[in-house]
Design a protein around this ligand. Structure first.
Ligand code: AMP
Ligand code: ZN
Length: 473
């Protein structure tokens, strides 16, 4: 390693560089320990995740995959919010899990369990790697209470009739992440706030519950349930320590949720909990905000119902840089599904991987290492596919290597299990050929094609390959 001015450069290997919301700059990244510790805010499990949420998880997945590709060991935690996330960020409104329970006439626990499973199914279909630790909020109440007690002892809290609140005026650097000016915010004007709050941006650490509230626990302050922000602080600290490497989420978390997470841990430990804060931009729908009330909060189920493959959605996300807004339209998804099928089709014809030493790898990594530039990395992929200087086997080797980062399912291409029905037709066709009934053999070849498989007669014998729509035309 050499130091050039402010920048640390690894000789012989390019460093990873990521945009850090905390400093508003692209910075060199290196972990503090022998592993990269990452916290990724997880879903509130009261409904299916929408494809906006899923964009954020795919961005995080690309980050994790790149770090793994670079040889880092990873410790990654994701929380499951199954209590405490209210319908408004301002600590008013109902708990979202309770809203889901009422909607579906189930208990909050059943709702949380059902949508946690649905979320895990979704990420699997999108080829998102699972975190090392899944942490449910309801299983970390003790840790949250401990953290609130520390804040209480240090004088950051006060009590209202509704709960225990964090007093942001006690922390001089409150809001360092969002850089919002807090002066001039008049209570009750920007948002509806509790009259008992000392400052408009003060937030609940612990909320008191009425006897009818289903999810509630004992605490030193009375029965109730935790605020949403304390959940991530208590969980990240428990598994990753006071200061870890990267904290991720969507851009909507910058002004409130992550600002408050920093406040809680800076209050308790005197340190900002993560060195890098990385945020994925929003997915828009047909040019506007995605939302339940707009009727356009599409889920992965909707995508599949319309005949699209989950990985087409993943490809679509990768066509934009994670820090750029991306507009979802059905037309765009259709077009990128065709592009992905074209890629799969190309790979399916490549045969066995061959050893290769090529500058494509360097080019691909160059784009990914500079703040995860997936659109430019995809351009490298297509340049490689079109390069007539490379042999097919070499292309396969390179593409499979890149796909460790992109996760577009390329490793499965070409190696699919041949269904029994196709095997039977093939055998019939072989018999027809032996009997020199070429008309029947051709008819059977067409039958097999109709079922999505292509027959190839090669000097080594008959082979079948799965057909990916576009390349056949
Ligand atoms: P939630 O379940 O509401 O906590 O959201 C889960 C994740 O999705 C968070 O990291 C949000 O920042 C993110 N998110 C919410 N809406 C969108 C959107 N339209 N586009 C991208 N990410 C989003
Ligand atoms: Zn969080």
């Amino acid at each position: 390693m050499v130091t050039r001015g402010e920048k640390v450069v690894c000789l012989g290997e390019k460093m990873l560089r990521f945009y850090n919301t905390l400093t508003r700059q692209i910075e060199n990244f290196a972990p503090q320990r022998d592993e990269v510790r990452i916290y990724t805010c997880g879903p509130t499990v009261y409904d299916y995740a929408h494809i906006g949420n899923l964009r954020t998880y795919v961005f995080e997945d690309i980050l994790i995959r790149l770090l793994k590709y670079k040889g880092y060991k990873i410790k990654r935690v994701m929380n499951i919010t199954d209590v405490g996330h209210l319908t408004s960020n301002e600590d008013i409104g109902e708990d979202k899990i309770i809203v889901g329970a009422k909607r579906e006439k189930k208990t909050p626990w059943e709702i949380a369990e059902y949508y946690t499973k649905a979320f895990k199914d979704d990420i699997k279909e999108l080829n998102i790697l699972e975190p090392d630790v899944w942490a449910k909020a309801t299983e970390h109440i003790k840790e949250m209470i401990e953290l609130i007690r520390i804040l209480e002892k240090k004088g950051f809290t006060y009590r209202t009739s509704e709960g225990i609140y964090f007093d942001i005026s006690k922390l001089s650097r409150y809001g360092r992440l969002s850089r919002l000016k807090l002066e001039g915010q008049i209570p009750g004007i920007r948002v509806k706030v509790s009259r008992e709050k000392r400052n408009p941006s003060d937030f609940a650490l612990w909320k008191f519950a009425s006897p009818s509230h289903i999810m509630q626990w004992d605490s030193p302050w009375g029965r109730g349930f935790p605020g949403w922000h304390i959940e991530c602080s208590a969980i990240s600290r428990k598994y990753l320590g006071d200061v870890f490497d990267i904290h991720c989420g969507g851009v909507d978390h910058i002004p409130v949720h992550h600002t408050n997470e920093i406040a809680q841990l800076e209050g308790a430990t005197g340190k900002v909990p993560a060195r890098f804060w990385m945020h994925g931009e929003f997915l828009l729908v047909e040019g506007g905000r995605m939302g339940k009330s707009e009727g356009n909060a599409w889920t992965l189920r909707d995508i599949k119902k319309r005949g699209f493959k989950p990985l087409a959605l993943r490809y679509f996300y990768l066509t934009a840089h994670y820090r750029a807004k991306l507009n979802f339209t059905w037309k765009a998804l259709e077009s990128f599904q065709r592009t992905l099928e074209k890629l799969w089709g190309e790979v399916s014809t490549y045969g066995e991987p061959e050893a290769v030493d090529s500058s494509y790898k360097e080019k691909f990594l160059q784009e990914m290492e500079e703040d995860l530039n997936t659109p430019r990395a995809l351009a490298v992929v297509w340049k490689l596919v079109r390069d007539s200087q490379l042999r097919d086997g070499q292309k396969r080797t390179l593409l499979l290597d890149f796909d460790k980062v992109l996760g577009l399912g390329l490793e499965k291409i070409g190696g699919e299990e041949i269904p029994q029905e196709i095997r039977n037709l093939l055998e019939e066709r072989n018999k027809a050929r032996e009997a020199k009934d070429f008309f029947k053999a051709d008819t059977l070849r067409e039958e097999i094609k109709k079922r999505g498989w292509r027959v190839e007669d090669t000097p080594e014998g008959v082979r079948v390959k799965k057909i990916y729509k576009d390349i056949e035309e």
